[in-house]
Design a protein around this ligand. Structure first.
Ligand SMILES: [Zn+2]
Length: 421
């Protein structure tokens, strides 16, 4: 099979491109699934052994630290007097779900119709493989970074990064290292309704908080309902919340115009009643919110209160480990951002738009932001109309063109950004 996507800057033969695709497909065959409870680290160790074999030069030249059980921190040393820079990708994937929904084995790394199929192809092994491949190509070309480059590969991002990204962050902190920036996932090439594409760098990510809304009423016989029932009251509150949207905070860089920039309120759990002729004494709902940058969990709490209080609905913040505040907004006025923007514009197809936005979910980068002055989120992969919603679905796949574009992008970005400053 031959792959004709042009690696413009790298000038690779068809044979070399075949090798690039084959090495990447190999990573998909390791079921590196993370779970909220204990999960096996065996597939991670196997994938690391495999990676050290197929990208042997990377693992022999760069210094490796194994952290938090199965997370990897690779250091490509440059001038120690200059600020280092970091790129991050997580090795873990979400479970495949029922295999019958897949048209290809989710852990088969199959190549079919110019796509590589399987869990993790987009989220986020294209980053893991793409960065290793890029460094391998740069090493083969004799490239030496002026500034130190760190590659951080966490192993439990999908369940909060409590071991991986946390341990990597602690290790850098203990060494007194602060990077000028970290590049992580969270920005993509989005399909627009007019058929065009826009590359979006997310300069911020939203927070996370869930609230329980509870309406009480007198439990009784449904033949004589009172004016206000528990379900009716709760429903009024939910509709009011659905109609209201918090005023957009002032976010620099034109981010506010991106679709998911505003705080969102999503009702996710609803419960009330147990018998058809009995009025329930309580009705409850859980609302999952994503506070936008510039807002806060406390502000969202206040806002829900302002709608629920007049209706007599109580509000409670669900106190769990997932609560997070929205991130700060990273600067566009840095050399690293320039290197990123230039690399993106050189890599994506002509005619692709460019903008800055907000990532609606949370990533490992909220931990890395403790050791990096700015956080940029981008991955040169085309998402279909479902956008970010497609990431954890069945039949996850990446086109060969997009994967080669990842490799080319990372090679250009690493060479540019490590020469900055
Ligand atoms: Zn991810």
């Amino acid at each position: 099979m031959s792959y004709d996507a042009p690696l413009k800057g790298l000038k690779l033969s068809g044979e070399e491109k075949n090798g690039i695709i084959r090495r990447f497909a190999g990573t998909i065959r390791f079921p590196t699934i993370s779970m909220p409870e204990d999960f096996s680290l065996e597939p991670f160790h196997d994938m690391r052994d495999y990676s050290a074999r197929v990208w042997s030069k990377v693992f022999s030249v760069l210094e490796m630290e194994l952290l938090g059980g199965a997370s990897i921190l690779l250091k490509w040393a440059g001038d120690p007097s200059l600020e280092p820079v970091m790129l991050a990708a997580h090795q873990d994937v979400v479970p495949a779900g029922e295999h019958k929904h897949w048209s290809h084995d989710p852990f088969g790394g199959e190549i079919f119709r110019n796509r590589i199929w399987g869990r993790g192809t987009i989220d986020y092994k294209c980053g893991y493989g793409g960065m290793l491949e890029a460094v391998s190509l740069l090493l083969a070309g004799g490239f030496k970074p002026r500034r130190t480059v760190f590659l951080a590969f966490g192993h439990d991002e999908e369940v909060g990064g409590f071991h991986g990204a946390k341990a990597i962050t602690e290790s850098l902190k203990n060494s007194g290292i602060v990077c000028s920036s970290v590049l992580d996932e969270g920005g993509y090439i989005y399909s627009e309704s007019d058929g065009s594409f826009t590359a979006e760098v997310a300069l911020a990510e939203k927070g996370y908080a869930s609230f329980r809304l509870k309406a009480d009423a007198v439990q009784g016989h449904s033949s004589v309902p009172p004016d206000r029932t528990a379900i009716g009251t709760l429903a009024r509150g939910l509709v009011a919340l659905d109609d209201a949207s918090m005023s957009l905070p002032d976010i620099p860089g034109g981010i506010s115009s991106s679709r998911w920039a505003a705080t969102t309120f999503a009702p996710t759990i609803l419960s009330a009643g147990h018998k058809e002729n009995v009025l329930p004494g309580t009705a409850e709902a859980v609302i999952n919110t994503r506070p936008s940058p510039g807002s806060s969990v406390a502000e969202v709490f206040e806002f829900i209160h302002s709608i629920a209080d007049p209706l007599g609905i109580t509000v409670e913040l669900l106190d769990n480990a997932s609560i997070s505040e929205p991130s700060t907004v990273s600067s566009r006025q840095t050399g690293d951002f320039n290197a990123l923007e230039t690399s993106i514009l050189h890599t994506v197809a002509p005619g692709t738009g460019f903008r800055c936005g907000v990532f609606p979910a949370a990533t490992d980068s909220r931990r890395y932001s403790q050791v990096a002055k700015n956080t940029y989120r981008f991955l040169p992969v085309h998402l279909d109309r479902r956008g970010v919603g497609a990431l954890h679905s069945a039949d996850e796949s990446i086109s060969i063109t997009d994967y080669l574009m990842c490799v080319e992008f990372y090679a250009e970005y690493i060479s540019r950004v490590s020469s900055e400053g």
